[in-house]
Design a protein around this ligand. Structure first.
Ligand code: PGA
Length: 267
């Protein structure tokens, strides 16, 4: 049994505008109570660490809803993507600095939808890790194999390549997280087994050790891909799984609270 609090990260993707996000957070605290959490006034003893990644336009409304008295929810926030330049003529993009100024503490980098829908390369993800470090955001680097790659036995090669591309930049920053998300399990209802997750997480850690990057014992490695209330505890109990990155099942407060409860049970 590990004593470290599990990390429950919610990736809302392109869902929840500012008003919907605020309503979500108003319902989330009561849902946490129902799920068995006991926020006892200012000194709250949480057994799970909660991170939410809203769409950029909903970030500030979410932070306000969560942190304004009397809420003061112990939820941290991040963005789903950043551009690597600091400022300038890059229509439609937000820099790491803008995200930081808006209140983000974390940035997802290289999510599979960025890689496979928007054509983001390993070089792009490396620049983005550097930008996050520069602005004081904690990068959450997402890695994972396609179904064909898995079938062809390339799991290890893909993970090593995707981390390897960013490894020097990750080492330059104060801290980072890795999210292992097999592409075939994202939004499909197909979940990796706890054994699959443990195998991939071991590869992630071995890659960090080989590159002498971060502290492999303490760098959080999250699992993502069709995490639901009914499989979260089992996945978070697998060796080397420090938490989960949840898409679809994070969109309802009750479901996210149940997953957080699962994290507390697995801690
Ligand atoms: P999912 O998404 O939980 O809907 O599979 C996970 C993710 O893309 O981060």
């Amino acid at each position: 049994m590990s004593k470290r609090a599990k990390i429950i990260a919610a990736n809302w993707k392109m869902n929840h505008g500012p008003a919907t996000a605020a309503r979500f957070l108003e319902r989330f605290l009561p849902s946490l109570h129902v799920a068995g959490f006991d926020p006892g006034g200012a000194a709250i003893s949480w057994t799970a660490r909660l991170l939410i990644f809203p769409p950029d336009l909903s970030l500030q409304a979410s932070i306000r809803a969560a942190h304004q008295p009397p809420m003061r929810m112990p939820v941290e926030f991040g963005v789903q993507n950043i551009y690597w330049e600091e400022a300038g003529a890059f229509t439609g993009e937000s820099s790491a600095e803008i995200a930081r100024e808006a209140g983000a503490r974390f940035a997802l980098i290289g999510h599979s939808e960025r890689r496979h829908i928007f054509g983001e390369s390993d070089t792009d993800t490396n620049y983005k890790v550097q930008a996050a470090n520069r602005a004081g955001l904690i990068p959450v680097l997402c890695v994972g194999e396609l179904l064909e790659e898995r079938r062809e036995g390339q799991l290890e090669e893909v993970i090593r390549r995707q981390i390897g591309a960013c490894v020097k930049s990750l080492a330059d920053g104060p801290s980072f997280m890795i999210a292992y998300e097999p592409v075939w399990a994202i939004g499909t209802g197909e979940t990796a087994t706890p054994e699959d997750a443990a195998e991939a997480h071991a590869i992630v850690r071995a890659t960090l050790v080989d590159h002498a990057t971060g502290d492999p014992a303490t760098t959080p490695v999250l699992y993502g891909g069709s995490v639901k209330p009914n499989n979260a505890t089992e996945l978070m109990s697998a060796p080397g799984v420090d938490g989960v990155l949840v898409g679809g099942a994070s969109l309802e407060p009750e479901s996210l609270a149940e997953i957080a409860k699962g994290g507390a049970a697995a801690a």
